[in-house]
Ligand binder design. Sequence first.
Ligand code: HMG
Ligand code: MG
Length: 304
Amino acid sequence: TNTNAVRIVEVGPRDGLQNFPRTVPTAVKIELIRRLYAANVRTIELTSVVSPKAIPQLADCRQVLADPKVGRFLEDRSLRLPVLVPNLRGLNIAVEHRVKEVAVFVSASEGFSRANTNCTVEEGLQRAEAVARQALTQGLQVRGYVSSIFACPYDGPTPPDAVLHCVKRLLDAGCYEVSLGDTLGVGVAAKTRALVRYLLAAGIPASSLAGHFHDTYGQAVANVWAAYECGLRVFDSSIAGLGGCPYAPGAKGNVATEDLVYLFHQAGVTTGVNLDALVETGVWVSNTLSRENESRAGKALAVK
Ligand code: HMG
Ligand code: MG
């Protein structure tokens, strides 16, 4: 294996769309997944199976998963297609649709945990552990998220040991990897380096961590690079910089997938992704949703 390669986890169909203000037709969601696949993205978070009151935009998750094209992707063992689930109910619905991988999520801070999942951090960890246990028993793979790694919209700065505690619990629960979520997008490179070094020094292997940076202050690409230099090789991103969470007011989208792929390819780091096809997909989804394309590389390359 090429130690210089990174894996891109495209979260556009889930994080990217979950807070979009107008209802996106199911067919557009499916076409987005198809185009990402055609651009050779091999890990795509398809949707979430959560309370439709919490996230009305993804209330059509069953229709997305039941689509025959998506069904064919779900049969393809060379792809990772996680679905975000908050509880056993979500897991069961995912399994009914032949999903092979789920993502569980907790917050390192109490305020965001309460707002996002209506429970304490400890209750959230126990819920995630129960989902992971059941999913592993049923032969699924489980990915984990820890939110609010630098700061919480309600509680202010997050102590690094709160992040470490959640990472350990999720790895012990059998998550093959835990994604570090800067939900608010307030991190900067120096803070990213300090947090990742802290986790590595505590014995967390770099190979079990991923980076998930929102781009509120325009620092997400720098944060990715800082984490890469610390040894991380998996990064979450969203096509055209879509994304945000209704319980993190003011936060912007995820780092744009086009920007990440451009960054890594220019550094000689393999992603496996076809950048031209990705750029076209970013232009397509931005036009289709009548929104600004938030990928700088995507916009620059589109006019070339
Ligand atoms: P609750 O109200 O405490 O629990 O919500 P509940 O069990 O009473 O359920 C409330 C309603 O949702 C009920 O419906 C349930 O049936 C239904 P009602 O009886 O009122 O009509 N329900 C479900 N429906 C479909 N699928 C399910 C499901 N579970 C319950 N799985 C709960 C607790 C966790 C369910 C709720 O708070 C929830 O769904 N939260 C998810 C919020 C969310 O999706 N946030 C965004 C994703 S996380 C994120 O963006 C951060 C991340 O990107 C990383 C980062 O950036 O940091 C991952
Ligand atoms: Mg997110």
